[in-house]
Design a protein around this ligand. Structure first.
Ligand code: AMP
Ligand code: MG
Length: 270
């Protein structure tokens, strides 16, 4: 595919993932070409995070979704490198506990949304409740069908409360997943990441892609847009995500708070 591929699927249109090439790298030929910009983005993100924290007005929520081995952990490591840890919370959502299952599906999510001044990263999210839960038939069809509206309303509430939401689907090919799984098996330090259950999920690849297509279509709103990130090339994935975060934070036009009056006259006592 050589034509320009949109990062944001057009709102209101059904998404067909076959139209999105996971190998796409835009105008970049290789990693070297992208390296400088990724570095610049990291520096800029560090500055923006400081003013976000100081201004204490907005929050940023980054949602990462994707198949196993699509690079959710790697994205956090690479894109957030050098950020002040005090200003970031990362939440990895696993199989819900019995207590979590006794509540509505957003109960456990809401507790981890970022407070003012903070960047919150979701490694998996409430979208699992219309992905694995749908494919594995963990609830009835009527229950998961109603969740798209619940999700849109929930995200609207967050946005109305000052949370900027950026959602990223890390789009890899089935073949790329196979290679990454093989790497995990081959390298002793990566074996811990491999779970035989991942093969069961892989076997239902097409069902998951269809579930993703619905989530990407039905929850692609102006207040919480989806980005379909071509993620076969890790360096391009990192670049695209850091670009998007930097641009979103710049649009907030944040400022450091005004200092107290009279600081010029202050003499610090011995
Ligand atoms: P990992 O991200 O590899 O640590 O795996 C976490 C596992 O928890 C994945 O298989 C997810 O699909 C699963 N998971 C996360 N949220 C839910 C949920 N709401 N219901 C069922 N399984 C979930
Ligand atoms: Mg896993």
């Amino acid at each position: 595919m050589t034509s320009k591929q949109p990062l944001r699927p057009p709102m209101g249109d059904p998404v067909n993932l076959k139209d999105y090439d996971p190998d796409y790298t835009g105008e970049y030929d290789d990693k070297d070409a992208a390296e400088d910009q990724l570095k610049d983005n990291r520096d800029r993100l560090r500055e923006l995070q400081q003013v976000l924290y100081a201004e204490h007005k907005h929050a940023l929520l980054i949602v990462l979704q994707g198949m196993d081995a699509s690079g959710k952990d790697g994205t956090i490591r690479h894109v957030m490198q050098g950020i002040n840890p005090q200003g970031v919370t990362v939440t990895s959502f696993k199989v819900p506990t019995p207590e979590e299952l006794d509540h509505d599906f957003l109960w456990r999510i809401h507790q981890h949304t970022p407070r003012r001044g903070m960047i919150g990263i979701f490694n998996r999210s409430h979208y699992e409740d219309v992905l694995i839960v749908r494919v594995e038939k963990l609830v009835s069809r009527g229950v998961w069908q109603a969740r798209y509206d619940h999700i849109n309303a929930f995200e609207r509430l967050l946005a109305d409360s000052g949370v900027t939401i950026l959602k990223f689907f890390l789009h890899i090919s089935k073949n790329e997943q196979k290679e990454r799984f093989q790497d995990r098996l081959n390298e002793p330090d990566k074996r811990w990441k491999f779970s035989t259950g991942d093969l069961g999920v892989r076997a239902k690849w097409d069902d998951y892609q269809a579930a993703y297509e619905d989530a990407l279509s039905r929850c692609n709103t102006g207040w919480a847009p989806w980005h379909i990130v071509p993620a076969n090339k890790k360096w391009y994935r990192n670049l695209v995500i850091s670009n998007t975060i930097v641009k979103a934070l710049e649009r907030l036009h944040m400022r450091y708070p005004e200092p107290e009056e009279g600081l010029d006259e202050i003499v610090i006592p011995d």
